[in-house]
Design a protein around this ligand. Structure first.
Ligand code: UGA
Length: 422
């Protein structure tokens, strides 16, 4: 098949690589010329394990990137553009609108348009569909339309794309559903066919549920602290119930990234617009905002006044194995430390350049060792593998390790973590 993928972020890039690997002819379209040039050189514009290898295998053969919408000959066009939050938490649709307009101009009978971007329920039918119809002069049904959410995790994007738990196809018309089912068949994953709006909601409800699990674990952690018992032991027992599962119950600094915070906010905004007050979802965000602040409170409680204290923050990305700093809990930790007059030294294996744009005036170390060597306190925000192998006891100046991810176990240095009542 001839496939186009619009947008080359995490979703677009991995979708393009998946279908290229299946032997289809894939065109990746992005307005960002620099990204397009990078892809055409066989290099991934984002740090994602496995992406470079697959790109090198297919680029110039059955995969190429371009800035122009040369999609006239495509059978299927996947929309994978970003849908960030607006300042009020609602979804920004401008990229989706411009992509739909550009596709609409090239649309012909029989072509299939698939929305893969995360969009609030109603968006595909109320926004994308009318633009496609207006620009093309065709009626939906003459062209195919579907909503096909993705469930990949950053850092594991390639693995998740090739090993999904399920494929959800929200279809406008049966022919489109049949063709997409056939396209995904080689993955041998369960396929769920639904209406478009149900597919859109499955994505939001899944992310909101995972975010709720994390905030739930954090709430229990904060209660456990007061009881002097360990939330990790508690959650081990809780997660053994097959109805609950052990995943996403790790208490700590809270969830960051480009998805959970944004999607929960968008769902809250949607609910309110529909006249419903989503109390649970609002508290999920409140707890999540408190957790990184609580780490700094713990540092203060166990060290004393943080004014002038040298604090190394390890892990600036929102989680390990990515350079993505969107909604990273490290930003809140650094803000709170600066407010208290601490001297902050940041270190991250991949995300330093991005974090520097947010906080240009804190110090940055060229390695974890350099960061810790001169620190009074270490706060671990993201559990990168290299931190797990460090010997914190070997640093004579270090007085306290505050662990936001339950990742290390020093013996000599005082160790404090969330959810134990240290
Ligand atoms: C998340 C979902 O896991 C994917 O299924 C979804 O497709 C994706 O959002 C998306 O909508 O695009 P991602 O944001 O890449 O993926 O990262 P996760 O691995 O889910 O982690 C999110 C945050 O939760 C991280 O900050 C992580 O540290 C935190 N987390 C995760 C916890 O605090 N505790 C846990 O038990 C698990």
């Amino acid at each position: 098949m001839k496939i186009a993928v619009i947008g080359t972020g995490y979703v677009g890039l991995t979708t393009a690589l998946l279908f290229a690997e299946f032997g289809h002819d894939v065109l990746a379209v992005d307005v960002d010329e620099e990204k397009v040039n990078t892809i055409n050189k066989g290099e991934s514009p984002i740090y994602e394990p496995g992406a470079d290898e697959l790109l090198k295998k297919h680029i110039g053969k059955n995969l190429r990137a371009t800035t122009s919408y040369d999609i006239e000959d495509r059978d299927i066009v996947f929309i994978c553009v970003g849908t960030p939050s607006k300042p009020d938490g609602s979804m920004e649709t401008k990229y989706l609108e411009s992509a739909s307009e550009a596709i609409g101009e090239k649309l012909r009978k029989g072509m299939i348009v698939v929305v893969k971007s995360t969009v609030v329920p109603g968006t595909t039918e109320n926004l994308v569909l009318p633009i496609l119809e207006r620009k093309s002069g065709l009626k939906a049904g003459e062209f195919g339309l579907a909503m096909n959410p993705e469930f990949l995790r950053e850092g594991l994007a390639i693995y998740d794309t090739f090993h999904p738990d399920r494929i959800v196809i929200g279809e406008f018309d049966k022919r489109t559903g049949d063709i997409l089912e056939e396209l995904y068949r080689p993955l041998e994953a369960p396929i769920l066919r639904t209406s478009i709006k149900v597919a859109e909601m499955i994505k939001y409800a899944s992310n909101a549920f995972l975010a709720t699990k994390i905030s739930f674990a954090n709430e229990i952690a904060n209660i456990c602290e007061r009881l002097g018992i360990d939330v990790y032991e508690v959650m081990k027992g809780v997660g053994m119930d097959h109805r609950i599962s052990p995943h996403f119950l790790n208490a700590g600094a809270g969830f960051g990234g480009s998805c959970f915070p944004k999607d929960v906010k968008a769902l809250i905004s949607l609910a309110k617009n529909l006249g419903y007050e989503p109390h649970l979802l609002e508290d999920v965000l409140k707890i999540n905002d408190y957790q990184p602040r609580h780490l700094v409170e713990l540092a203060e409680a166990h060290y004393g006044d943080l004014k002038g204290a040298k604090v190394a923050v390890l892990g600036l990305s929102f989680k390990p194995d990515t350079d993505d700093i969107r909604e990273t809990r490290a930003a809140i930790i650094v803000e709170e430390l600066l407010k208290r007059g601490a001297e902050v030294i940041g270190y991250d294996p991949k995300a330093m350049a991005n974090f520097r744009k947010l906080f240009p005036s804190i110090k940055y170390a060229s390695g974890a060792d350099e960061a810790v060597k001169n620190a009074d306190i270490v706060i671990i925000q993201a559990d990168w593998e290299e931190f797990k192998n460090m010997n914190f006891d070997a640093y004579p100046n270090l007085k306290l390790v505050v662990d936001g991810r339950r990742t290390v176990k020093p013996e000599r240095v005082k160790y404090v973590t969330i959810g134990r009542g240290d």
